[in-house]
Design a protein around this ligand. Structure first.
Ligand code: SAH
Ligand code: SF4
Length: 399
């Protein structure tokens, strides 16, 4: 668990913009206990506050009626309860629902709920934009703006739970799973993401099982190695290629941490958990780039001995990506090679098409601080080939 450093921990992340007071919304149980101890109060107050905020969805400290008036005033003098403004809320014909939340600084963050027969999955964002520049990802193309605080990450669950489940304590749990597959690389925003995961699993908050909270990463090896000291959530690795040469091209981070080193870090993380769990391998299928049957055979070899399930994601096109989605036949052929090799493999269905809620289409206009977007658009405008665009983007990625 994160060090129970109390409110100091929040000095850089979860502070209220004007007042620099900590935002209760993003504070873990340990952090709230430290706050109450500092205020000369009993630790059990933390559980009460967590229930009010996360289980009952209250948006102001005055509504916490099992705290005395004096204590509420004391709390208000030392902390705030800031919840985000929802600027967009739409439901697709298949039930997929999407929210845009306005964050301080003007950018929006996107969150998607995907209902299925036996579960409901919320897909959350961890950063505004992403610095890692994977060649097939629209978030990556938009460049990077900033990290989200723990409060801003958990606020996505707060808003969705309130909208979907009502506010009664006996509410029906419609959000059974959470995946970090929205905008951003969660392991490049480590502490706030770990704090948000803690709250997702906390019984007094959302009580989601550790097996049902999944962090998806493109492979930040030192952070994968550090994770075990903070959490026991599930892990997904965005692999997308069966060899380093190809992965270097489409996931530039691979140049720093190659496939075998990355898989070893994931396996070590899972081996350190108290229960048996497999790694989810995400593989975006891009037409004629990484979707040939020989890529599938190579993938089967690379994953030998790795307890995993493979999730194939047909590429979701976006303007000027330079890539295409493979035909269903090509996807099935790829899958069948892996099935024959004995892997548990599924092809992800596209959901929420009519509200642009698919993977990699998270369009909450990022104000790019890397100038990557600008250069990319310029390359597209002068009619470059896909290869030239990729190289222009690669140069910016290294800048
Ligand atoms: N940064 C993390 C989590 C966010 S991306 C990561 O890369 O894992 C979540 C998933 O969406 C990743 O597996 C990513 O590869 C996939 N994705 C991104 N853009 C996509 C696109 N255009 N089509 C299909 N999948 C995409
Ligand atoms: Fe970032 Fe993930 Fe997109 Fe890569 S796929 S650019 S790591 S959000």
């Amino acid at each position: 668990m994160p060090p129970a450093g109390g409110i100091d921990l929040l000095a850089t992340g979860d502070h209220h913009v004007e007042t620099a007071q900590p935002n209760l919304l993003g504070m873990t149980r340990a952090q709230l206990e430290a706050l109450f101890t500092d205020l000369g109060e009993k630790k059990f107050r933390a559980a009460q506050v967590l229930k009010w905020i996360h289980a009952r969805g209250v948006r102001d400290i005055d509504s916490m009626t099992d705290l005395s008036k004096v204590l509420r005033e004391k709390l208000k003098a030392h902390a705030v309860l800031d919840v985000p403004e929802v600027s967009y809320d739409a439901t697709a014909s298949d039930g997929t629902r999407k929210w845009l939340m306005k964050m301080p600084g003007g950018s929006s963050v996107e969150t998607v709920f995907i209902p299925e027969a036996n579960r409901g999955t919320l897909c959350v964002s961890s950063q505004i934009g992403c610095a890692l520049d994977c060649s097939f990802c629209s978030t990556g193309k938009q460049g990077f703006n900033r990290d989200l605080s723990a409060a801003e990450i958990i606020s996505q669950l707060w808003v969705a739970a309130k909208a979907l489940e009502g506010t009664s304590e006996r509410r029906e749990r419609r959000i059974t799973n959470v995946v970090f597959m929205g905008m951003g690389e969660p392991l490049l925003n480590f502490e706030p993401v770990m704090a948000a995961i803690d709250l997702m699993m906390e019984d007094n908050a959302y009580g989601i099982s550790k097996r049902r909270v999944t962090l998806s990463t493109s492979g930040v090896v030192p952070a994968i190695r550090a994770m075990g000291g903070y959490t026991d959530c599930s892990l997904a690795l965005s692999l997308h290629a069966p060899n380093d040469a190809l992965r270097d091209e489409i996931v530039p981070l691979n140049k720093k941490y190659g496939i075998s080193e990355t898989l070893a870090a994931c396996q070590d993380y899972l081996a350190g958990l108290s229960d048996k769990r497999s790694l989810t391998i995400e593989y975006t299928l891009i037409n004629q780039v990484n979707d040939e049957p020989q890529h599938a055979s190579e993938l089967a070899k690379v994953l030998t001995g790795v307890p995993c399930k493979i999730n194939l994601i047909p590429f979701n096109p976006f303007p000027n990506s330079g890539y295409e989605r493979p035909s269903n036949n090509r996807c099935h052929r790829f899958r069948d090679v892996l099935l024959q090799a004995g892997y548990n493999v599924t092809i992800r269905k596209t959901r929420g098409d009519d509200i642009d809620a698919a993977c990699g289409q998270l369009v909450g206009q990022v104000q790019d601080k890397t100038r990557r977007h600008e250069r990319y658009i310029k390359a597209v405008q002068i009619g470059s080939t896909a290869a030239e665009i990729a190289s222009a983007r690669g140069r910016v990625g290294r800048a």
